[in-house]
Design a protein around this ligand. Structure first.
Ligand code: HEC
Ligand code: HEC
Length: 153
């Protein structure tokens, strides 16, 4: 019961984000400039609404061991970004395994085989599910509008 409630809530949150995109993209959610800068070196800087606050805290507390990479920051930068994410994200949905957006229930549902054929993930232009911009061209700007999705060949 709580599971479905929180799932509906997380979709509602995502939905409101994408609804705003429908009016010309003028209302894209903004990112903290420091996060934009520090978290976009290896992948796009992910939007706070893609993970629950508790998952973000764990990500920000373990940047030195970050999915096999060292993404550690100067303490002041780490604190500034962490404070901003905590204030901007919400404790919605189930915390996904490994704090992975790509293992969130909403993500697996939106990117299941009915939406993305299994072999697409292996294509050279995609390779990883975290490579959002392979299909969502303006992902780095926070634009995930479903009408702009292009699956690379
Ligand atoms: C030195 C490179 C590097 C930097 C800098 C970096 N990351 Fe990552 N991050 C990675 C790698 C590698 C992965 C795993 C990618 C994969 O599995 O395809 C990852 C994955 C993630 C994931 C999980 C994505 C998923 O759903 O699988 C999150 C969340 C994340 N990073 C957040 C951040 C945040 C926040 C910052 C800035 C504080 C940051 N990253 C900076 C390398 C980096
Ligand atoms: C291989 C292509 C591909 C990749 C890579 C990909 N997506 Fe998607 N995404 C899709 C498709 C296709 C849909 C459309 C599902 C539908 O029609 O409802 C979608 C839907 C979405 C939606 C819902 C949009 C809406 O308006 O309903 C969000 C949000 C989203 N993706 C976020 C992400 C994030 C974040 C990443 C990276 C961590 C990512 N996607 C990676 C193909 C991809």
């Amino acid at each position: 019961m709580t599971f479905f409630k929180s799932f509906t809530l997380s979709l509602a949150l995502l939905g409101s984000g994408t609804l705003a995109l429908a009016d010309g993209g003028g209302n894209l959610p903004s990112l903290h400039p420091k996060m934009e800068q520090e978290c976009s070196a290896c992948h796009i800087a992910f939007r706070p609404n893609f993970l629950p606050t508790s998952s973000w805290k764990q990500v920000m507390d373990s940047l030195d061991q970050h999915y096999g990479a060292d993404a550690s920051l100067a303490p002041a930068d780490q604190k500034e970004i962490t404070d901003w994410i905590i204030a901007t994200s919400k404790e919605h949905g189930e915390a996904p395994p490994e704090n992975r957006i790509t293992k969130s229930f909403w993500f697996t549902r939106k990117h299941g085989t009915n939406h993305v054929k299994a072999d697409v993930w292996q294509r050279a232009a995609v390779k990883s599910k975290t490579n959002c911009q392979a299909c969502h061209a303006d992902a780095a700007r926070g634009d995930f509008n479903e009408h702009k999705i292009r699956i690379p060949r």
